[in-house]
Design a protein around this ligand. Sequence first.
Ligand code: AVJ
Length: 360
Amino acid sequence: MGALRTLQVALPEAANDVAQGLGGRPKSLPPRLFYDAIGSRLFERITRLPEYYLTRTESGILDTCAAEVLQRAESPAANLSLVELGAGTAAKTSTLIRALLRRQLQVEFYPIDVCESALQVARQSLMAISPRVKFHPLVADYTQGLGAAAHLPGRKLVLYLGSSIGNFEPEDAAALLRRLRCCLQGGDSLLLGVDLAKSPALLAPAYNDRAGVTARFNKNVLARINRELGGHFDLRAFRHVAEWNHTRSRMEMYLESRWPQAVAIDLLDMRVAFAAGERIHTENSYKYTPLMARSLFQDSGFELEQTWTDQRGWFALYLAKPAREPSSFVSSADRDDHRSGLANQRQANRQLTILGGNAS
Ligand code: AVJ
């Protein structure tokens, strides 16, 4: 038994994910595997691609409304602390931190990310802003690292930016926010960045750029299996595929085997067979409609306070607070008859703040 335990500890973190995902049918790999040091750097490059409108649109909204967000989130008496889920290099967060430094002497910043090297970059760039920023990084999967937020003293604003919530099935997204809600107190708040449903003519290129960076990002998951688990993937034998699924309102990414092949993964003692055209499903990226967003908050016990969006309506920042009524945990399926749906829509329109577009 002791020997077995040693063996399990010695296997890289990715082992379980890979064994399960490539052993399953259809084959899949969880998106968190993208983000090793190389993948995180490739993602940084994606955020600067001309086709990938998400990051610069969200930054544009933040630049315009950081002060307003803080005003809505802030408690009159106490300092506000920032917690960021999946912080990465925290490039967008600096806007909020600068705005917060104008309102209070010190900012406690708790970034949570699986990628340690990205957090190191974050530390460097935030230290350059001001010594009044206190940096408390946590290297963890934020679905696990959440609990840490529960024990922080004082008022919290939890940031979950970049539409990473889009990686989750809507039910799982609600479950994640429900768990987050349990870590929050009355006056705390959540700022959620969400990419909105839009024309596939805009979406598809964002996930299949001309320079091929997204293809490399997608294939890096195979390269990572080669590096960490002794895999024998030939990256040229797989094609990067990005498709819009209208029914489910999501972009889907796959790695498609160009021909029949079998790939050994030494550390897992595994041989994975692929038919020609067989796919590994590597990512879903849900694109929210206003109704989906409302359901998300209602199903997770949050009350939507305010919505900010860019002029083109491509991306939204939602500020939400824990709902007082436990009744808001009722699932949207039980709640939504046609009339309440219409009322929700009217309410959503009222809360929508359209901003001048500097986000292009
Ligand atoms: C980090 C999950 C928001 O879905 O747009 C970018 C990841 N995948 N290009 C996204 C990603 C392909 C990104 N998120």
